[in-house]
Design a binder for this molecule. Structure first.
Ligand SMILES: [Zn+2]
Length: 425
């Protein structure tokens, strides 16, 4: 598809930029470019044109199942896992596919065009694996779906998990997952990390583990993950997701840990909406926030992205696939309030997530895929502040979703009537 976007502002601050798209790829970027012959033109009117949002941590096999078979009463991670265990035997492939496709529709409408989803491999039927492989194929024209083989019940704790995980990889699942803090002992946790990293090295795959999703400051599997990443030469291909125990760790220990993560080029994914909801549940007051140390990780040169993790499932009853909501929460929980830090939170739901997923085609650069989102905002900070409307969502040069600009019609006593378009000054 050919297209010209005129007069856009980029997240890096460049203004008056045109983007010329030929055959679904960005052919040129700069001021005053001619449109390809007969191609449609989108007038951005100076608004923000961003690479698509990326969610590097999600659970699409559980999404939109809120209330099935009951709701999570305590709101804790562990009741969520137990509830998921009750739901699993009741799942059908049709229902899984239907819910996942519906979520993908929501995602596209919100400009979210790449999702890494964990898929539970502890059901011997591998129902969810087959369903999501089917969905991946169904949505590939408009959304990049990457699957992680996730042994939810523990790689060593669940007797068939390792065999099921290998079967899932054979079927085409992309990434190796894990959950070391959920094994029976920390020794088993460390062993699971070793086994899974060796499997990744053997098969040439990426790794993304739920790692230290706990308030226990002694949950230190990220250290083991960084060690095996370095030992096996998996640099840049391994992600530690959640890392919430780091919130509670000893500061001296963290000062040694971060350089090890940096050395191994381990990516970190925080899930602000879920971390702030699920962690700290055993605390009275003061109550810990339980999100990992995002600004400190970034300052140490570690790639940090934000994930949504859950939408309307056993762990979380809210959400709509809006990565600006995720960035908004992340910014608050991490107290990342300087201009540079707020912009870094925008990167955490766009380019940083693309690095986690290894999406070489993502980004507003010549030669890359023509995938982008036109936002009703002038810059990334305003986009986060307003959870800006996605005016146009473009995939391979083709508009795949549009939303009307948000506005409010005002009729106030003593004030001139009119329309407040944008909550801008
Ligand atoms: Zn998760």
């Amino acid at each position: 598809m050919n297209l010209l976007v005129r007069n856009a502002t980029f997240p890096d601050g460049r203004t008056h930029q045109d983007v010329r798209v030929v055959a679904g790829r960005i052919e040129a970027i700069g001021p005053n470019l001619p449109a390809p012959d007969g191609a449609p033109v989108i007038d951005a009117q100076g608004q923000l044109l961003s690479p698509p949002f990326v969610d590097p941590h999600f659970h699409m096999d559980a999404t939109l199942s809120y209330g099935l078979p009951r709701v999570n009463q305590s709101g804790t991670l562990l009741e969520g896992i137990a509830l998921w265990g009750e739901l699993k035997p009741l799942l059908t492939q049709e229902a899984l596919v239907e819910r996942a496709l519906q979520y993908c529709d929501w995602a596209v409408a919100k400009g979210l065009l790449a999702i890494r989803t964990h898929v539970d491999v502890c059901d011997d039927r591998l129902l969810a694996v087959e369903a999501l492989l089917h969905v991946k194929e169904r949505v590939k024209a408009y959304l990049d779906l990457q699957l992680v083989a996730f042994p939810q019940d523990g790689l060593l704790r669940s007797p068939t998990a390792l065999a099921n995980l290998k079967r899932s990889l054979d079927l085409g699942v992309d990434v190796i997952g894990g959950i070391p803090h959920f094994e029976r002992t920390s020794e088993h946790g460390a062993e699971s990390v070793k086994v899974l990293c060796e499997l990744a090295a053997e098969r040439g795959l990426r790794v993304d583990m739920h790692c230290d999703e706990s308030d226990d400051p002694l949950s230190r599997h990220i250290e083991t993950l960084a060690f095996h990443t370095h030992r096996l030469g998996l640099h840049g291909r391994v992600t530690g997701s959640h890392l919430t125990s780091m919130h509670s760790m000893d500061n001296y220990y963290v000062s040694k840990l971060l350089p090890l993560m940096r050395e191994a080029q381990v990516h970190a994914v925080a899930n602000p909406l879920i971390n702030i909801t699920l962690q700290g549940r055993h605390d009275t007051y003061p109550k810990r926030r339980g999100m990992t140390r995002v600004p400190e990780l970034m300052a140490a040169g570690i790639n940090v992205a934000f994930g949504h993790d859950c939408v309307m499932d056993p762990w979380y009853s809210l959400g709509s696939g809006d990565m600006l909501e995720v960035a908004h929460m992340g910014l608050h929980v991490a107290q990342m309030t300087s201009q540079a830090q707020m912009r870094a939170c925008f990167d955490a739901v766009t380019v940083n997530g693309a690095r986690v997923m290894g999406l070489a085609d993502h980004g507003l650069e010549v030669g890359r895929a023509a995938d982008f989102v036109l936002l009703q905002a002038r810059d990334p900070v305003e986009a986060i502040r307003l959870r800006a409307t996605r005016l146009q969502v473009v995939r391979r040069g083709q508009v795949v979703a549009q939303s009307a600009p948000s506005s409010a019609a005002l009729s106030l006593p003593g004030r001139p009537s009119g329309v407040d378009w944008t909550f801008r000054r």
